[in-house]
Design a protein around this ligand. Structure first.
Ligand code: ZN
Length: 304
């Protein structure tokens, strides 16, 4: 898909593979912030009870929606999940686009290093969900933290793993072999180190820093191992603003040790392929330009 001509690479426009348009402000305003940041496509990873249904998004933004996330009643995820009285089969059938979002575990603890909110679905249950989704031609993206959950997600046959905090190198190696995408959402963790609202204690900040540091190491490991990475910001979450976090997530990939031009390829081609978007929107750019300048070029095309 990539063609090299001199120093220029022809690639699609950038894609944010994980965000929440319904969180952190008005959904349409949030969509406009993505375009203004140079982002051409997004995968919305869950809106509570389908509140994005019928919302008219700007036409120039490619929106792939999972609809409400599938989570187990009483577990983590009600704020972006389906709380209505539908069966699992009905929830999967109502997924508006090509991806079903499943919440497999809870959040990463800021109080005890390495602790993760409980796993909601067993390997057997998750495998069944993946099968039910595949039967109607849909892929599964899974919110998973802890190595055990990520490993089970791989075994169940999901298409992409989201967050993946505390994933181990062996699991990443398996993902590379199986072509499973990883969206590490590092900005959503690293942004908390800045703690603008003074929400966290000194002990919690130390754990947040450790979490972010470990994730950066795994991003580099994954890249070297050949895992298909993608830029997903989790925008809409606490302290993760729509639009400008896209550059921040790319910069963190550079901080992890991945070459800038490769980060641009991950942000564009990988996202485009992961979402299965059509191929006409492409830009021929010098990947040695600063990342913000590359995004500016994309913004110019999108807002034309
Ligand atoms: Zn999310």
């Amino acid at each position: 898909m990539t063609t090299k001509q001199g120093d220029f690479l022809e690639l699609p426009l950038p894609v944010d593979t994980h965000l929440h348009l319904s969180l952190g402000g008005d959904p349409v305003a949030n969509a406009r912030l993505q375009l203004a940041a140079g982002v051409a496509g997004v995968r919305d990873a869950g809106d509570r009870d389908g509140r994005l249904d019928g919302v008219a998004m700007p036409l120039s933004l490619n929106v792939v929606r999972t609809g409400p996330a599938i989570f187990k009643k009483g577990s983590y995820g009600s704020f972006l999940g389906d709380n209505r009285e539908f069966t699992l089969a009905e929830k999967i059938a109502q997924t508006p686009s090509s991806f079903v979002k499943v919440i497999l575990t809870g959040l990463v603890s800021f109080d005890n290093y390495g602790e993760i909110g409980p796993q909601q679905w067993s390997l057997e249950e998750l495998t069944e969900i993946v099968k039910m989704a595949a039967a109607i031609d849909k892929k599964v993206m899974v919110h998973a933290n802890s190595d055990k959950a990520c490993r089970e997600a791989v075994a169940a046959g999901v298409h992409s793993i989201e967050h993946g905090y505390f994933i181990e190198p062996e699991t990443l190696t398996l993902m590379a072999a199986k072509g499973i995408y990883w969206t590490p959402t590092i900005a959503a963790m690293a942004n908390q180190i800045l703690d603008p609202d003074k929400r966290f204690s000194r002990a919690q900040l130390a754990i947040i820093k450790r979490n972010a540091g470990r994730q950066l190491e795994m991003i580099k490991f994954a890249y070297d191992a050949g895992v298909q990475l993608s830029i997903g910001t989790d925008s809409g979450s606490y302290n993760v603003p729509h639009g400008r976090t896209f550059l921040r997530e790319m910069e963190l990939f550079v901080e992890a040790g991945i070459e800038k031009s490769e980060v641009w390829r991950i942000a564009t081609r990988n996202g485009w392929v992961l979402l299965g978007l059509p191929g006409e929107l492409r830009l021929k750019l010098d990947p040695k330009m600063p990342l913000d300048a590359l995004l500016e070029e994309s913004r110019r095309v999108l807002l034309k």
